[in-house]
Design a protein. Structure first.
Ligand SMILES: [Zn+2]
Length: 137
């Protein structure tokens, strides 16, 4: 039964080789997907400070906290809000981009009224708009 064993060994080697090739193909695919195509930015790239703040779960305790009050004052401030951060804490967008200004106003409103779902939607809208209109590659 030595022959049989050899045969199994060859099969085993072929399988190993095929697996190796498959693995390489997958790695190449991964590489092409993540390294050769420009990736759209996320809010954490565009406005990192606010991305962290907006992610924070707003418990009842947090809603009444001074931190939230401070963030509320900042989110309604044209030079300190989510959109302003993307412009390097400048309010230039208020004159230059109507969509950015609109999105900035919505962030203030939704944050003040505590509407997490609306904030999330507005966040997506901002990220999409930023990638389409303001991203320079
Ligand atoms: Zn804009």
């Amino acid at each position: 039964m030595i022959q049989g064993n050899d045969h199994e060994l060859i099969n085993y080697e072929q399988q190993q080789q095929q697996q190796q090739i498959k693995k390489q193909q997958e790695q190449l695919q991964y590489h092409n997907q993540y390294h050769h195509q420009p990736q759209p930015l996320l809010l954490s790239d565009i406005s990192p400070t606010w991305a962290i703040r907006l992610k924070k779960k707003q418990s009842h305790l947090f809603l009444a906290s001074l931190t939230r009050l401070r963030w509320l004052f900042e989110i309604i401030h044209p030079k300190k809000c989510v959109v302003a951060e993307a412009y390097g804490f400048s309010s230039s967008y208020t004159n230059n981009c109507a969509e950015c200004a609109r999105i900035g106003n919505r962030f203030s409103l939704y944050f003040a009224m505590y509407l997490p779902k609306k904030i999330e939607e507005n966040q997506q809208r901002f990220v999409k708009h930023w990638n389409e209109k303001h991203l320079k590659i």
